[in-house]
Structure formats: C-alpha cells, structure tokens
Design a protein around this ligand. Structure first.
Ligand code: UDX
Length: 446
C-alpha cells in the first residue's frame, strides 16, 4: 500500500511514521520547505518520546519519505490523509481554509482511486465540504477519477502518541462506501492484531465522535475540579473522594484527577468548537459552557492560594515554578495553565524562576526574558519565597525535601497537581497547599 499524509504537524508526523513502521510506503507532505529539509535530516518540529528514532529508522529503510510536492506524492496513493491545522478563528470555530486547500490540491493532481481521509479534528460536515472541493477540482480539469472521502479522527495523547497509535483502544472510521471501508480495513490491519476494534460508521458520526470524546474527558476534569474546590470549603479530601468514586466502574479511575485546569491543543479548542457548532445550529451546550467556565477559573486557583498566603502582597517576592508545559512529557505550551499563573504573578510585581525539562524554548515564545529559566529544578528554588508545582513531571515527584527546604527562603509549597503527601510535608515543617484538600496550617505571612 502507498499512502500520502499532508501536514507534518503533530498528528500528521505521528500518523505517517507509525504507518511506515508497519511496512507501508508513506510520503509526508508539507508546504514548509524548511520543515521538510529538517525532517529529511532527522530534525523534528515537535518533541514526542520515541518519535525521532522511529522517523530515522523508517527513513533509512526507505519506507518514509518527505516532500513539499503534493502534486507528485498524491499520484498512485491508495489513501491520502489530510492532517493540516484547523486554527480556531476569533469566534472559536475551526478555520478550514488549509483543509480545503489540500483537498483542492488532491483533486487537481490525483490519478487513480484514492480514499481521501480527514485526520485533523474537523467540525461535523467537513468531509462533505472536502468531497465538494475535490469534485470541483476534478471537474475543472475534466477528469473523471473515482474517489471516496472518509473521516478517521485521532485519539493520540501527547507524550504517549506512538503507543496510542500502535495500540489504540479503538479506531473510528466514518465511510460512505464499501470500497472505502475495505481500503481502510486493509490499511489498519496491522494495528488490529491484538483485538483492538475498528469501528465503522457514517461520516458525520465519526466526526462527532472526536468532539464527544474530548468534551466528555474535559467534562470529567472540570467536574472534579468543581468537587475539589467544594471539598476544600467543606473540609473533605478530594484525593479520598476520587478513590471513592473511581472504584465505581461506571465512573472509572481515569481523568478524574483535579488540578489547575486542562490545557493543550485539543480540549480547549474542541470544547469551544462544539459549543460554537451547537450555537450555529440553534442549540446551547449548557454543560460544556459550564465546563469551559470552570476551567478558566481553575487556572487561577493556585495563584489565589499564593496571594492569600502572602496576605495579598506579592510585589518583590520571588517564586519558583516547577513545570511549564501543559502536562508532562511534552514541550507543548498551548493553553498551559503555567502561562496564566506566571502572568498573574508578574502583574503583581513578583519575579519568577522556572524550570521545565523540555518546554523552555517553547515557553520563551510567550514569556521571553520576563522570567528567568533555571538550569535544573533546584536552581529555581534559590532564594524563592515559595515553590509552585505546575506540571507533574516525574522528576518532581520525590525531591529531597531537606534540600528544597534549605534552598527556599520560606518552606512553602503550592502543589497544583497533588503529587505530595500533605502529612509528610507538615511533619517536615512545610506550609503545604494543594487542590481540594483543606490544609489548616498556621500561615506565616512574610
Ligand atoms: C487529549 C486526548 O486525551 C486525546 O485523546 C486527544 O486526541 C487530544 O486531546 P492531550 O491534549 O495530549 O490529549 O492530553 P491529555 O493527556 O488528555 O491531558 C489533557 C489535559 O487534561 C492536561 O492539561 C492534563 O493536565 C489535564 N488532566 C488530565 C487533568 O487535569 N486531570 C486528569 O485527570 C487528566
């Protein structure tokens, strides 16, 4: 089989590389020449564990190619994926100009039956627009080439994308013909060997599945953040409550960890887009509107705790931040709660020294030199008035608290991810604040 994947961003690159890994001939296409040159030299535009090695291996084996020419790469392809960006417009709806431009390019250049698949997360109804665009381009050149469109949403988690792709919980494919179903089943066969299901459905349902999945997960998180905030007020411990409800299989243990709000490229964007789609069609997604509201507020919770602890006076104070990316194992800073927290600290006249294992270069795009970047997690603590744990990177989980206490000016920790044991820290003489647990220390105000 031969496939083309257009767009070498996160989704396209992981998709193309994983298909090459199972022996399929893949060409990844991007209009950005620099990106393609870099990829040919093994330089990736994103950080994802294991991806660099996998790209290098498959390029060497001659199964993975990079090109700037859609015109050449689409020829002879059995399947062509559209994996370009759908940036949110001002009003939150997904902008389809790149998706449709690629569809047009495919219609202008294809020379045999191809299944054209939308892989980017696109609003319900997009596949139909893609079909119209391809048809238009074919008609213009007077060509009558058979093709199908399909929708194949991705469910990749950053930091675990390769595993998610190779061992998916499920593969969802929306099709409108048996021929397309057959091609897609053949393409995904190598991933189905361990019993992972491929679920075929109509195209709008496949498109909706992606939004429904992300919105449900975002809802779980915002719901737990709401419960956490109430636990704190009522003197309950959300960690216990989480275990208590998670053991009910109908609720489940995953995605019920309270924190400082969800971030990243998917949840915020998809929740917004679904609310918008509904509104455009005369329906109000009331639950999702609340989910979004809770998340915005939650990004400020840690800052509010810091401000309260210091009696409202943060000017001249220095804060150590551990973790900048929106979650561990990625350098992605999109919608990262760290940005909200840091901007608020800076606005109060505080200074910030941050450490992140991989996200510093990305963070500099928005924070520049307004904060300092420590070379390791302990350097960030020197002379700081408190430590704020913002992203739960594994290396932050079990530091020497003796060293932490010695480096900090005050033994105060604000843990936005509930990774420490409140009793242990109290014992060691720390003031410890986390999410959803009432910590009733006497608060030293400096
Ligand atoms: C998500 C979906 O999981 C994936 O299926 C989809 O394709 C893209 O969006 P991703 O954005 O990479 O993936 O991150 P994920 O691991 O799902 O975490 C999202 C956010 O939720 C993070 O900000 C994380 O910190 C937060 N989160 C997650 C919580 O606050 N609590 C939890 O219990 C789980």
């Amino acid at each position: 089989m031969k496939i083309a994947v257009v767009g070498t961003g996160y989704v396209g690159l992981v998709t193309g590389t994983c298909f090459a890994e199972v022996g399929i001939d893949v060409t990844c296409i991007d209009i950005d020449e620099k990106k393609i040159t870099n990829l040919r030299n093994g330089i990736l535009p994103i950080y994802e564990p294991g991806l660099e090695e996998m790209v290098a291996r498959n390029v060497k084996q001659g199964r993975l190619h990079f090109s700037t020419s859609l015109a050449e790469s689409i020829k002879g392809a059995d399947v062509a994926f559209i994996a370009v960006g759908t940036p949110p417009g001002e009003d939150g709806s997904a902008d389809l100009k790149y998706v449709l431009a690629v569809a047009r390019g495919m219609g202008e250049n294809m020379d045999n039956y191809t299944v054209i698949v939308t892989k980017s997360t696109v609003p319900v109804g997009t596949a139909a627009k893609v079909r119209a665009e391809v048809e238009g381009a074919l008609a213009k050149r007077g060509a009558s080439i058979d093709f199908d469109v399909a929708s194949n949403p991705e469910f990749l988690k950053e930091g675990a994308a390769i595993d998610d792709f190779l061992k998916p919980d499920r593969i969802v494919v929306g099709v409108a013909s048996e021929r397309a179903e057959e091609v897609m089943r053949r393409l995904y066969k190598p991933f189905l060997l361990n019993g992972h299901p491929i679920i075929f459905m109509d195209i709008p349902s496949a498109e909706m599945t992606k939004y429904a999945a992300n919105s449900m997960l975002a809802t779980k998180i915002s719901f737990m953040n709401d419960i956490a905030n109430l636990c704190e007020i009522m003197g309950a411990d959300v960690n216990k409550v989480r275990q208590g409800i998670g053991s009910d299989a109908r609720i489940g243990t995953k995605f019920i960890y309270p924190g400082i709000g969800y971030g990243g490229s998917c949840f915020p964007k998809d929740v917004k887009a679904l609310i918008k789609t509904a509104q455009e069609n005369g329906y109000q997604m009331q639950v999702l509107q609340a989910v979004e509201g809770v998340n915005e507020a939650q990004k400020e919770v840690l800052f509010s705790k810091v401000k309260k602890h210091f009696g409202g006076e943060l000017a001249g104070k220095k804060f150590a931040i551990w973790g900048l990316s929106f979650k561990p194992k990625t350098d992605d800073m999109r919608e990262a709660p760290s940005l909200v927290i840091i901007e608020k600290l800076l606005a109060e006249g505080a200074t910030v020294s941050a450490y992140d294992p991989v996200a510093v270069a990305e963070a500099k795009h928005s924070l520049g030199d307004r904060i300092t970047y420590a070379k390791d997690q302990f350097e960030a603590l020197v002379d700081a008035d408190a430590l704020l744990v913002v992203t739960e990177w594994p290396e932050f989980r079990s530091p020497s608290f003796e060293v932490v206490g010695r480096l900090l000016k005050q033994k105060a920790i604000f843990d936005g991810r509930n990774i420490y044991d409140a009793a242990e820290l109290k014992e060691l003489g720390f003031t410890y604040h986390c999410i959803g647990v009432k910590t009733d220390h006497k608060e030293p105000v400096a």
